[in-house]
Design a protein around this ligand. Structure first.
Ligand SMILES: Cc1cc2nc3c(=O)[nH]c(=O)nc-3n(C[C@H](O)[C@H](O)[C@H](O)COP(=O)(O)OP(=O)(O)OC[C@H]3O[C@@H](n4cnc5c(N)ncnc54)[C@H](O)[C@@H]3O)c2cc1C
Length: 417
C-alpha cells in the first residue's frame, strides 16, 4: 500500500497523478476464511482491522450487502464524546476516544477528528442537579468534564437563546473539551484501506442470508447472495438489522430497531465552533467543515425498518432547533435522512459470543455507536481471536439480560445514548 504523505502527494504531482491505486481491492470471495465479519460499517471494518493488526489473523473477510459505510456509519451526525455515567461505559467510551485521538496516524488516513468540544446546556434546576451528579461521577473516573455558567455558554454559543424568557431557558451546563466530530466516511474508508493492506478481503454486494452449523451446533459456513463461504468463526456486526440475522442463526435478541433522523442545512459562514446539545429537548447541532449545520434529535417512536423517518419527529426536531437558535430559523434545510438503529433496554451495546458457538456479535449501539467504532472493533476482535472477552468488553455480555446486571445508561446519563 502506498503511504499517504506530503511527499507522496508531491511525487504524484510531478508524475501527473497517475500512480494512485484504489484504496482497497474489490476482492472476490474465497471458499473459506478463518473469520467472516458480516457488515461493512465502521464496527465491522474496525473488527477486521484489529483482528489483523492486533492478533495477526489475516485470512478474514468483511461481507457487506451494499457498499461499505452505506448503513449508519455513513448516516450519522459524527459526534464523538465519552460523557457517560457508569464506570463500565466510561471505560468503553474512553477507550474509543483515546483510539480516535491517534486514529489518523494509525490508519494513515485523515479522519478529520476535530476536538472542538461539546457543550450540554441544562434547561431547569432539575437538569442542573442531574448535571452536578453526572460531573461528579465522570470526574471521579477521569473524564475531562467541567461545569459552566450561563455566561460561559453565551460566550461559547452566541447563537443559543439564553434569555430568561426563552422557550427553553438555560440554567448552566457542562463541557467536555476532548469531545468533537470526525468525518464519518473517512473513518469507514480509513479502516477499509488499512484492513485491506493487511490482507483482509472486503466484499461488497454480498448479503448474508443464513448460517450453516455443524452437528455440534457450531457455525461452519455462511450462506450469501454470492454462494456458500466456509469459516471457523463469524461475527454479526449489522447494527439495525441484528435481530434479522440473529433469527437466521436461530436465536432472539433483546433489540428493537427504530429509525433515527438527521438533517443538514445549506452551508453558511462559521457560526458554531462547538457541538451543542440541550437536555430538555435532546436536540443537538454542530457545524460541518463545509458550513452546513448538522443536527438531530430523538428516535421515531415506533419500531421500523423504513430508512426515511417520519414527518412529526422531523418537524419537531427542526422546530425545536429554530426555537432554541432563533437565527438558524432563516437558514434553508438542505437534506433530511434516517438510519435504522438497534436499541437495547438498558441503552448499552452487546459485544459477545452468541448462543451459537463460533458466532459472535457487536450490536445495540442505538443512537451512539459512531463514537465507539474503534473500541467496538478492538474489543470484538479480542474476543474472536482469544475466545475470551476483553476486561472492558466483559460487562457488555448477552448474559446480563439473564443476570440482571444491566448498565442503564438512559437512566444514568439522562441522555438516550
Ligand atoms: C441519523 C443518525 C445519527 C447518528 N448520530 C450519531 C452520532 O452523532 N454519534 C454517534 O456516536 N453515533 C451516532 N449514530 C449511531 C451510529 O451511526 C451507529 O451506532 C454506528 O454507525 C453503527 O455502526 P455499525 O458499523 O455497527 O453499523 P452500520 O454502519 O449500520 O453497518 C452495518 C452494515 O451491515 C450491513 N448489513 C446489514 N445486513 C446485512 C446482511 N444480511 N449481510 C451483509 N451485510 C449486512 C449494512 O448494509 C451496513 O452497511 C447515529 C445514527 C443515525 C442513524
Amino acid at each position: 500500500m502506498k503511504r499517504y504523505s506530503a511527499w507522496s502527494l508531491f511525487q504524484e504531482g510531478l508524475g501527473g497523478q497517475k500512480g494512485w491505486r484504489p484504496a482497497w481491492r474489490a476482492a472476490a470471495p474465497k471458499a473459506r476464511y478463518d473469520a467472516i465479519i458480516i457488515g461493512g460499517g465502521g464496527h465491522g471494518l474496525a473488527t477486521a482491522y484489529y483482528l489483523a493488526r492486533n492478533h495477526g489473523l489475516t485470512n478474514v473477510a468483511v461481507l457487506e450487502r451494499g457498499w461499505i459505510g452505506g448503513g449508519n456509519s455513513g448516516r450519522n451526525t459524527t459526534i464523538i464524546r465519552s460523557n457517560y455515567y457508569y464506570p463500565q461505559s466510561i471505560a468503553l467510551f474512553e477507550l474509543a476516544l483515546t483510539l480516535y485521538e491517534k486514529l489518523s496516524i494509525d490508519l494513515n488516513f485523515n479522519v478529520m477528528f476535530s476536538q472542538r468540544g461539546l457543550i450540554i446546556a441544562g434547561n431547569s434546576r432539575h437538569d442542573m442537579e442531574t448535571i452536578a451528579r453526572l460531573i461528579g461521577a465522570m470526574r471521579l473516573l477521569g473524564v475531562d468534564v467541567e461545569e459552566i455558567t450561563v455566561d460561559e455558554i453565551k460566550r461559547a454559543v452566541p447563537a443559543l437563546d439564553c434569555s430568561p424568557r426563552a422557550r427553553f431557558p438555560v440554567f448552566g451546563g457542562y463541557r467536555q473539551k476532548r469531545a468533537g466530530t470526525a468525518r464519518h466516511d473517512a473513518v469507514v474508508w480509513g479502516y477499509a484501506r488499512a484492513a485491506d493492506a493487511l490482507g483482509v478481503d472486503i466484499i461488497e454486494n454480498c448479503a448474508v442470508t443464513g448460517f450453516e452449523k455443524s452437528a455440534s451446533g457450531r457455525v461452519q459456513a455462511v450462506e450469501t447472495s454470492r454462494g456458500r463461504i466456509a469459516c471457523d468463526k463469524a461475527a454479526i456486526v449489522v447494527a439495525g438489522h441484528s435481530s434479522v440475522l440473529a433469527e437466521a442463526a436461530g436465536f432472539r435478541l433483546p433489540v428493537t430497531s427504530y429509525a433515527l433522523q438527521a438533517f443538514v442545512t445549506e452551508p453558511v459562514k462559521p457560526v458554531l465552533d462547538v457541538v451543542c446539545w440541550t437536555l430538555a429537548t435532546g436536540v443537538y447541532v454542530s457545524q460541518s467543515d463545509k458550513g452546513g449545520l448538522v443536527f438531530g434529535g430523538g428516535l421515531d417512536l415506533y419500531p421500523s425498518y423504513a430508512q426515511r423517518g417520519n414527518l412529526p419527529i422531523g418537524a419537531s426536531v427542526v422546530g425545536t432547533l429554530a426555537e432554541q437558535f432563533p437565527g438558524f430559523g432563516r437558514i434553508r434545510l438542505l437534506r433530511q435522512w434516517a438510519g435504522i438503529v438497534d436499541v437495547v433496554h438498558d441503552s448499552s451495546p452487546i459485544i459477545d459470543e452468541t448462543p451459537v458457538p463460533g458466532l459472535y456479535m457487536n450490536c445495540g449501539w442505538g443512537t451512539g455507536g459512531f463514537k465507539a467504532i474503534p473500541a467496538g472493533g478492538w474489543l470484538l476482535a479480542h474476543q474472536i481471536a482469544t475466545g475470551k472477552p476483553h476486561d472492558i468488553g466483559a460487562p457488555f455480555s448477552l448474559n446480563r439480560f439473564r443476570t440482571g446486571a444491566l448498565i442503564d445508561e438512559a437512566a444514568g446519563a439522562g441522555i438516550a445514548h
